[in-house]
Ligand binder design. Structure first.
Ligand code: GLC
Ligand code: MG
Length: 425
């Protein structure tokens, strides 16, 4: 929660399905690229907000299926539910705003008269959202008639069509855009508005986001017809909104570059870390970089050469200790030695590593504690270690590189590996 009390340099509000998450990419490459970029260069001074049409139930399901980061704020059910932090504490003030001119019972009563509407799953029916499926060819007529009926009953609603199939009915003051406007107003009142805001989306329920003043916007390359059409009719010529060339999360990275919103080179796009410039050096970046290297090493995507091993050893304090989740202790040099023997052992297999919630805390003039969740996907299994690394700058700043002083890992409950002895880093 503390993180939200400072003014963010950048706030990204992103839709999930087909925007942050590419359902046509089983390797999740653009998502993993975004994750590495965010954790290495943006997490420490910026805010990540997910804004999805999904209910909390389906949102949590998606988080289990995809390598997603933990956002600072989660907006669910098409802008009708706002929660904060990892604990997902609800914003009750927002609920009160939504109660105005809203009566769920009248909505269900009126909609039941339309045979064209098929009710969505029970999980997707929420206190301020009633959702259906409707055929593309009938959508426009149904929306018009429905809006007339509900108005006659004294309600002020918003009807949104997305993905060429989903029809949501919400209070007029709801929606992804209104939820964002509410947050921006809240930050302003508290004296900490973000310096820049970037909204990202692909479908009809995202259109709302692009109509908020003073935000940058990216419609990913794979955006749906209904969003592109909304843009053509309402925002054509607005230089702050682009239609990206790249799909999904890669389109978000493209927009960060296009609008100059900060670093836009993901550590996953750096082929050789030995040649990696240190201009963005920070302790968090150090950790992300190492785990990208470690994944490539185990996947056999980089050469098994002594230079890498020597360079790794050089960035560890000779007496540095690694405390494993099992409690076993080894020196970091021993760990690097074991890693040497595992080069390419995950070749051709499903094996990915990503870090989440990277938080660096200075504990001296040139020393930091970097705490993060280290996730490992191996086949269908997922493991997570809550990891703390003590890191020291080699010189007076980080520009001469860093030295790892020690590492400690603990299992995140529910994500333990049965065979403790196979944990390497
Ligand atoms: C998500 C929700 C669904 C909604 C759709 C469009 O898929 O699960 O209920 O209709 O987004 O907003
Ligand atoms: Mg979407």
């Amino acid at each position: 929660m503390d993180r939200i009390t400072m003014a963010a340099r950048l706030m990204i509000i992103s839709d999930l399905d087909h925007t942050m998450v590419d359902h046509h990419d089983p390797e999740n490459m653009s998502l993993l690229r975004f994750n590495a970029l965010w954790e290495s260069n943006h997490r420490h001074d910026s805010l990540l907000v997910f804004s999805t049409g999904r209910s909390p139930t389906l949102y949590k399901q998606l988080r289990k299926e995809k390598p997603m980061l933990t956002p600072d704020i989660t907006i669910m059910s098409v802008g009708t539910e706002i929660t904060y932090g990892n604990l997902m504490l609800p914003d009750n003030g927002w609920v009160e705003v939504l109660n105005q001119k809203w009566d769920r019972n009248i909505v269900t009563e009126e909609t039941s008269k339309f045979s064209e509407l098929t009710l969505q799953a029970e999980t997707e029916q929420r206190p301020h959202k009633v959702s259906f499926y409707v055929d593309k060819t009938k959508a426009q007529t149904v929306m018009k008639e429905l809006s007339y009926c509900l108005e006659k009953r004294g309600l002020d609603v918003k009807i949104i069509y997305s993905g060429g199939m989903d029809l949501d009915i919400l209070p007029q003051g709801a929606g992804k855009g209104q939820a964002l406007a509410y947050l921006l107003k809240k930050f302003k009142t508290e004296g900490n508005p973000p310096t820049n805001t970037l909204v990202c989306g692909d479908s009809g329920n995202d259109a709302d986001l692009f109509s908020i003043p003073e935000v940058y916007g990216v419609m990913v390359s794979n955006a749906q017809e209904e969003l592109l059409q909304w843009h053509a009719e309402n925002a054509r010529g607005n230089p702050n909104i682009i239609h990206a060339k790249e799909r999904c999360a890669a389109g978000i990275i493209e927009a960060i570059g296009h609008f100059n919103l900060g670093p836009n080179t993901s550590p996953r796009d750096v082929a050789d870390f030995m040649e990696c410039k240190l201009e963005n050096a920070n302790p968090g970046h150090e950790v992300v970089k190492f785990y990208v290297f470690y994944e490539r090493w185990r996947r056999g995507e980089i050469d098994n050469c002594e230079t890498y091993i020597a360079s790794l050893k050089a960035s560890c304090d000779p007496s540095a200790i690694f405390v494993f989740p099992s409690g076993v202790e080894k020196t970091l040099h021993e760990c690097i030695h074991s890693m040497k023997g595992c080069h390419g052992d995950q070749k051709g297999k499903q094996f990915r590593i990503w870090v989440d919630r990277v938080l660096s805390t200075p504990i001296g003039s040139n020393t930091w504690l970097v705490k993060f969740d280290k996730w490992e996907l191996s086949g269908d299994e997922r493991y997570c270690c809550v990891t703390t690394v003590k890191i020291k700058a080699k010189g007076s700043s980080g520009s001469d590189g860093y030295v790892w002083v020690n590492v400690q890992q603990k299992w995140l409950e529910g994500f333990e590996k049965k065979d403790d002895s196979t944990v390497l880093f």
